[in-house]
Design a binder for this molecule. Sequence first.
Ligand code: NAD
Ligand code: UD1
Length: 340
Amino acid sequence: MNVFVTGGTGYIGSHTCVELLEAGHSVVVADNLVNSSAESLRRVERITGRAVEFIECDLRESAAVDAVFASHRFDCVLHFAGLKAVGESVAKPLLYFENNLNSTINLCRAMAEHGVKKIIFSSSATVYSPDNVMPVNEESRTGGCTNPYGWTKFMCEQILRAEAEARGDWSVILLRYFNPVGAHPSGLIGEDPRGIPNNLMPFISQTAAGRRDHLNIFGNDYDTPDGTGIRDYIHVVDLARGHVAAMNYMEKVTGTEVFNLGTGAPCSVLEMVRAFEKATGVKIPFRIAPRRPGDVARVYADPSKSLRLLGWKSELSLEDMCRDTWNWQSKNPDGYGGDL
Ligand code: NAD
Ligand code: UD1
């Protein structure tokens, strides 16, 4: 298939491009590079030995999006583009609503105009209400988001559902990611956060590399076995493969389907620190700090629907996640800023 990948120079998008190319699909990427580097695609080309067309484009500009569709023939859209920093979304809510919603609306408009009927959207476990019993499945309650970023995901899901409903012949897949971590085993592509990382894994790996003095563990008084927060960490390569499985599934169906992409295996912050130390042999100094506002004790997936309908499940272990993160971090101490 000819696949249009928005946000394809970013962390998850670039890993998905590798899996798409290796599955024999052709890929065109559009990104405005607000949180990524086009160098990632040169690395994707190096891994796969195949070319990727890159278009620098801001999806908020509807004429630019239309021009991309007018000059290509796409079978399917994978929509990764979006802003994703929770704290920034609290400080700049309009930026988040404007960017994430308008991009999705412009994309839908161009799809309709040019007869493209299949789209896979990068949603998040953050759309589930914090008061659900764990594990969450696709029927669990959504809403009650604790920040504007979460609401943009919730609202984009509504926009895409409504559009699929109105058009009748569209196929929309909403993939709710849990906590993507890790990197391609080649060490050529990985997560390259700007500034001080908000998320656990990049913070651990930067601490291991000596860029951070120590890790702050946000709370050890949760109602969990070791008192630290529990999440569902999933290797980004498994996550990327979930998109290829979803594309295959889409061939057969119309309407909207939602899938959790997680492992279903709960893991605490302390367990992750220990797993990283074991996989890499590098000690992670840490301190117990106060709870982070907005955090909940535990979030993890019931991924059984993805296995049942997509034939997909995560294959890679916590050890793989830690080893591949460290391989990427140590080979690219400055992310894409340094040469490999
Ligand atoms: P990322 O920031 O690495 O990738 C997103 C890409 O979108 C970036 O390359 C950025 O430059 C691009 N972009 C943003 N606004 C754009 C615009 N207006 N026009 C064109 N390009 C634009 O993030 P990621 O971790 O790869 O996440 C990909 C998607 O998955 C995002 O939508 C994110 O919200 C979602 N998601 C991520 C996580 C996670 O933990 N990483 C979890 C759940 C959902
Ligand atoms: C965070 C976002 C969520 C988003 C997700 C994307 C918040 C409140 N939630 O989720 O909306 O969808 O990222 O991946 O920001 N931790 C530490 N020390 C750190 C960093 C994290 O102890 O320096 C702990 C956290 O308290 C949590 C766990 O590690 O228990 C995972 O944190 P993180 O990687 O930020 O992911 P989420 O909180 O699941």
